[in-house]
Design a binder for this molecule. Sequence first.
Ligand SMILES: CC(C)(COP(=O)(O)OP(=O)(O)OC[C@H]1O[C@@H](n2cnc3c(N)ncnc32)[C@H](O)[C@@H]1OP(=O)(O)O)[C@@H](O)C(=O)NCCC(=O)NCCS
Length: 181
Amino acid sequence: MNRVKTLETERLILRQWEPADADFVLDLYSRWEVQRFIGNPPQVMTDRAQAEERILAWRAMDHPVHAVWAVQVRASGELAGTLLLKSIPASGGSLPLQPSGDTEIGWHFHPDHWGHGYATEAAAAVLAYAFEGGLPKVVAVTAPANTASQNVCTRIGLVHQGQTGRYYNTLCELFELPVHP
Ligand SMILES: CC(C)(COP(=O)(O)OP(=O)(O)OC[C@H]1O[C@@H](n2cnc3c(N)ncnc32)[C@H](O)[C@@H]1OP(=O)(O)O)[C@@H](O)C(=O)NCCC(=O)NCCS
């Protein structure tokens, strides 16, 4: 069963990840320039089994609105990156970190597809989908140095709230959009 709703924008298709996408997932997450601001501490993916496992975990997400999409360029059919709408973990003393109750939106794109506005176009579609799905609030967090991601946040209308230590046991820049003001 395909639980992930396919979303379409002018230039992109956001669809469920498939097992056959593992080579792309490995290529994406094995790059330090992609991974350097993700995770605490950041770690690159090293083998295809990890990519396959990641895809299975994304496909197993069981939530009425949360999902992780593969972003595909319509014109070429190429995969460009990942769009995430998921539970964000709270900071805390013991691992694994517990859910905070908030939903985060996130984006990880392949460097070959940076600089085209694809992340912003895909993220805007997912934010609208979150709103239609009735989520009360969506947040985004970035490393303080990740200006490229902060620019995506503001381009889709998220508002900078300063820094927070509330999530992921680290200090992040916090961006929020109250979906139902
Ligand atoms: C964060 C990330 C997705 C941003 O990618 P990006 O390509 O810069 O972001 P956008 O898709 O919004 O593209 C914007 C750029 O495309 C340009 N662009 C070109 N054609 C465009 C078009 N038709 N429409 C809109 N923008 C266009 C914009 O001018 C802008 O360029 P600039 O940054 O030089 O000003 C990317 O850097 C990334 O994947 N990083 C690694 C993972 C990561 O850190 N994720 C975030 C964790 S918090």
